[in-house]
Ligand binder design. Structure first.
Ligand SMILES: Cc1ncc(C[n+]2csc(CCOP(=O)(O)OP(=O)(O)O)c2C)c(N)n1
Ligand SMILES: [Mg+2]
Length: 655
């Protein structure tokens, strides 16, 4: 533990030097934030943060989240200086270049010590809420001996201005997440200039009103920083520490101005900064005594890790915690046996209800499933008997009442998934996926196993009308890389899609589910949804048509095929619960399911753009306008989505 200011100042200057030199070498990047927060970060890492650089995956480490991701050089410098294997000085020299792990913004999949990907402002702090919640939940289950850590966040003015910040602050306050400590880089500067251009908010007052502990410090006074951080750590409420700082501190002619936010200092200013800071070392060189002081910051954490390892060795629950943290599922035999029994049942239920039935089985067998909804529990069907409420009074619960905070919920779920030990799922209406879209995108980018239960997935929701009826949503979700979008057609496919979602360690999933009841179409077959699409009904007469459909429209496809067969036209029906999984099949399978030598027709109650990929110049039947307010059956007829209206169109095309 280093408290000597004469040692701390050069340590902080090492961060400044690396930041300004790396940004200069890249001729791109953000020196202002790392230089401004160097002093605060040095105190945090040398006196408070619990970490073992030799074990970046140690489950009981404190989590450090750089919400102000544009200041990525700060975390790269901290990890390198404190002795993590990655990034190396070579990586830092190649900051922002293709072959360096030091990407423009910190990416969790490139460097083990980077807990989450940040850059989209506000989401780091919102993910931190999930990290802090995961810690309390696992602590309630496994006890202080195994789970006892803090979540530390550095956030900027931008993070605190973004709307998602309000959701995160409200959630953390309500859940009493006292181990969440946010260090605000209160430099009163954003890209456009002084913060007074755009805000007059009493930030501390807002946090305080939301149940947070708030305090301030001089972000360039080591003793005052340590005082504030100790206060934050001790307070049982989540804490916000306003650290008054000067952006670009150390660049004598540029500090304090908005131009230092996101541009290299330039050769002359770097010379001036070296002089001002008394930093004579060459670029990317750290004097030995300063390097040694930095390496010493990991010592306390190494000892804490060793003590933890000894406790874990004697703890009968340690193996279960290790399983969960590794992301391995428990045995799924009982789940598979239960679902196999459903084939003979013929249940006619909405897929949102099917999802609830599946979740009853899954949550009973998989204790790491933690559910929730953004105030639509009864509509999303996300609550089960095995998931009692997770509250400030009882963190052992498994159901989070997120409130009307879709974006905050999605980001918190990312945080929980990335913390490890939890597989989060959460619900809202599919149409409101737009409210949390960037967090869904970050689930995919970060390889986070999060399951989005998005119900009311089409005009089939009926009377609530066009504001609530998704049209472009399923298709636009399919545009996000590394996101599995499932639209199951019945109770069997819904159970299969849940199984596939949970088995996908590094991929988030969306389940698009109906409000309206659907017949059970499948009575045989095992995990057919794993192929993404499969032949549900084979043509009886000579095959002239293949109809491919998803979700609630598979029933319509089956009825349409019957009308065609009655006229001697052979028609296959293909159910396609997942584009992504189908695209992953080999060419022979894909050609067999969707042969090019017959008329191919798609039916989906949403935009038709995109279906051409599977049906070529065949028919794409869908809805390319907003919906309307009416009962579901009336709307399906109005928009031409009935067998009686589709069959003649197909016959026309064949004629
Ligand atoms: C959601 C989002 N909107 C906009 C941006 C672009 N952007 C990056 S940094 C920044 C200004 C942030 O100001 P502040 O947090 O005060 O950072 P500082 O300038 O103090 O380093 C903006 C607008 C972003 N990264 N994310
Ligand atoms: Mg700022």
């Amino acid at each position: 533990m280093t408290r000597d200011p004469t040692a701390l100042a050069p340590m902080a200057n090492a961060i400044r030097a690396l930041a300004m030199d790396a940004v200069q070498a890249a001729n791109s990047g953000h020196p202002g934030m790392p230089m401004g927060m160097a002093d605060v970060a040095t105190v945090l890492w040398s006196q408070f943060l619990k970490f073992d650089p030799s074990a970046p995956d140690w489950s009981d480490r404190d989590r450090f989240i750089l919400s102000a991701g544009h200041g990525s050089m700060l975390v790269y410098a901290l990890l390198n200086l404190s002795g993590y294997a990655s990034p190396t000085i070579g990586d830092i020299r190649k900051f922002r270049q293709l072959d360096s792990v030091c990407a423009g913004h910190p990416e969790n999949f490139l460097i083990p010590g980077v807990e989450c990907t940040t850059g989209p402002l506000g989401q780091g702090i919102a993910m931190a809420v999930g990290f802090a919640l995961a810690e309390r939940h696992l602590n309630a289950r496994f006890g202080d001996d195994l789970v006892d850590h803090h979540t530390w966040v550095i956030a900027g003015d931008g993070c605190l201005m973004e709307g998602i910040n309000h959701e995160a602050v409200g959630l953390a306050g309500t859940l009493g997440l006292g181990r969440l400590n946010v260090l605000w880089d209160d430099n009163k500067i954003t890209i456009d200039g002084d913060t007074s251009l755009s805000t007059t908010e009493d930030v501390l007052g807002r946090y305080s009103a939301s149940g947070w502990h708030v305090t301030s410090c001089d972000g360039h006074d080591f003793a005052d920083i340590a005082r504030a951080l100790a206060e934050a750590k001790a307070d049982p409420r989540p804490s916000l520490v306003a650290c008054r700082t000067v952006i670009g501190k150390g660049a004598p002619n540029k500090q304090g101005g908005h131009n230092v936010h996101g541009s290299p200092l330039g050769a002359d200013e770097i010379v001036a900064a070296r002089d001002y800071l008394g930093w004579s070392a060459a670029p990317f060189e750290i004097p030995a005594d300063i390097a040694a002081n930095w390496l010493a910051t990991g010592e306390a954490g190494k000892q804490a890790h060793a003590a933890w390892t000894a406790r874990a060795a004697a703890n009968p629950n340690a193996a279960e915690l290790a399983r969960r943290m590794a992301g391995d599922l428990p045995s799924t035999d009982a789940i598979e046996a239960e679902f196999a029994g459903w084939l003979a049942k013929s249940q006619k239920v909405a897929t949102r209800k099917s999802s609830e039935l599946a979740l009853e089985v899954l949550t009973a067998q998989i204790p790491e499933l933690v559910g929730g909804s953004a105030d639509l529990t009864g509509s999303n069907n996300t609550k089960t008997k095995s998931t009692p409420p997770l509250t400030a009074q009882d963190y052992s619960g498994r159901y989070v009442y997120y409130g009307i905070r879709e974006f905050g919920m999605a980001a918190a779920m990312n945080g929980m998934a990335l913390h490890g030990g939890i597989i989060p799922y959460g619900g809202t209406f599919l149409v409101f996926s737009d409210y949390c879209r960037n967090a869904i995108r970050l689930s995919a980018l970060q390889h986070a196993r999060v399951v989005y239960v998005l119900t009311h997935d089409s005009i089939g929701l009926g009377e609530d009308g066009p504001t609530h009826q998704p049209i472009e949503h399923v298709m636009s979700m399919r545009l996000i890389p590394n996101l599995q979008v499932f639209r199951p057609a019945d109770v069997i496919e819904t159970a299969e899609c849940w199984q596939l979602a949970l088995a996908s360690r590094n991929t988030p999933s969306v389940l698009a589910l109906t409000r309206q009841n659907l017949p059970q179409l499948r009575t045989s077959g095992e995990l057919l949804s794993a192929k993404g699409a499969y032949r549900l009904v084979a043509a009886t007469a000579a095959r002239k048509v293949v109809i491919v459909a998803t979700g609630s429209e598979v029933e319509i496809a089956v009825d349409t095929a019957k009308l065609l067969e009655a006229q001697g036209i052979g028609a296959d029906v293909v159910s396609m619960p997942s584009w992504e999984l189908f695209d992953a099949q080999d060419a022979a399978y894909r050609a067999d399911v969707l042969p090019a030598d017959v008329l191919r027709v798609s039916i989906e109650a949403g935009v038709t753009t995109g279906w051409q990929k599977y049906v070529g110049d065949g028919l794409t039947i869908g809805i390319d306008s907003f919906g309307a307010s009416a009962p579901a059956e009336v709307l399906y007829d109005h928009f031409g989505l009935t067998a009686a209206k589709i069959a003649p169109r197909i016959l026309d095309r064949l004629a």
